[in-house]
Design a protein around this ligand. Structure first.
Ligand code: FO1
Length: 330
């Protein structure tokens, strides 16, 4: 029995959740029972925000709920079958954001988390406590315990203004042209406990097909994480979030344009860079539709694997995760 591979996945919310579920299944199908010992997920916390006095961690909650099987799979966030009685009352009070829905069960999460934060627990300790409620089959770590919410600066008329990422995303649906994304305070943040150790001990580190700018980007911006990936012995394997010139979810193309990256599988690979050229990637998984780009990816010094990338169901997600492990030689 070969020892279980130690897999680290850097992930955002919705695309990340699907891939992480697929990886858990792929490891189980390899006969690994204790997948939590084999699979560590480093989660983006740039989407986090304070609202109505509670701390929300959307990507952390999306992945936790998905692994627990209690997520609202249609919306991609929040709890299955949730209700909105408290939300209606918050609206009646004019509290919070009228365009942002806080479900009743979801509020339970935010209240529990906020209470523990106020008692002095760090976000990573809160996550460990919350994750223990379910048998998630993976270890979840926030990228950092510091508050580094993403701020989007947008062009509006002939001026520019900044807003929390969540307002840009949920109120304006990313329709205001972004000119830059920042995570104030991130330069003095440190990786959450366990993150650097997990990367150092990993047999493979995977960049999930999440938004390269607002999901994977903040993780790589936490001081020490990029260097740990480059210094580590584990191959870094990325999965393209772009298929056939289109982003799979969300408004990643708008984000990519803001940082001058064209929406193509090869351009995102170039954005992450090859390990040999001061970048991160050893390998890059692209969709069959993008097979013509394989040569361009190879030209970057990055091994590419053409494989089905659409995670249309659990089996496809597991097959993709298995392909990523094989690409890493596992
Ligand atoms: N997204 C929306 O488009 N509208 C909402 O009202 C909304 C509420 C919400 C509440 C909790 C939570 O964890 C996520 C929520 N999201 C909502 C999704 C959120 O904006 C995204 O999950 C990520 O931050 C982007 O990936």
């Amino acid at each position: 029995m070969t020892p279980a591979p130690r897999v680290v996945v850097l992930a955002g919310g919705v695309g990340g959740s699907r891939f992480v579920l697929g990886m858990r299944t792929a490891l189980r199908e390899r006969g690994i029972d204790d997948t939590a010992a084999a699979l560590t997920v480093v989660v983006n916390t740039g989407d986090d925000l304070w609202l109505s006095g509670v701390r929300l961690q959307p990507d952390v909650d999306s992945i936790t709920y998905a692994l627990a099987g209690v997520n609202d799979a249609q919306r991609g966030w929040g709890r299955a079958g949730d209700t909105e009685r408290v939300n209606e009352e918050l609206r009646a009070w004019g509290a919070g954001w009228p365009w942002f829905t806080l479900g009743d069960l979801d509020l339970g999460t935010h209240l529990a988390r906020t209470g523990w934060l106020r008692e002095g627990l760090a976000p990573s300790q809160v996550l460990e406590r919350m994750a223990a409620r379910w048998d998630l089959g993976a270890r979840l770590l926030p990228m950092t315990d510091a508050e580094v919410d993403t701020v989007v600066t947008v062009r509006e008329g002939d001026g520019i203004r900044s807003m929390h990422f969540q307002e840009w995303w949920t109120r304006f649906r990313a329709t205001l042209e972004p000119v830059r994304f920042d995570n104030p305070g991130i330069s003095s943040a440190v990786p959450a406990p366990g993150v650097l150790e997990a990367i150092a001990e990993a047999d493979v580190v995977l960049l999930a097909p999440s938004n390269p700018v607002v999901s994977i980007g903040p993780i790589l911006s936490v001081p020490g994480i990029r260097d740990a990936l480059r210094a580590g012995r584990a191959p870094v394997v990325g999965l393209s979030p772009v298929i056939g010139g289109r982003v799979v979810r969300g408004m990643a193309d708008v984000c990519l344009a803001a940082i001058g990256v064209e929406t193509s599988a090869s351009a995102v690979a170039e954005h992450y860079g090859s390990r040999g050229a001061d970048g991160l990637l050893d390998a890059w998984l692209i969709a069959e539709e993008d097979e013509p780009l394989a040569a361009a990816v190879a030209g970057l010094g990055i091994r590419s694997l053409v494989t089905p990338l659409w995670m249309t169901d659990a089996a496809r997600s597991a097959a993709l995760a298995e392909a990523a492990l094989v690409t890493a030689g596992l």
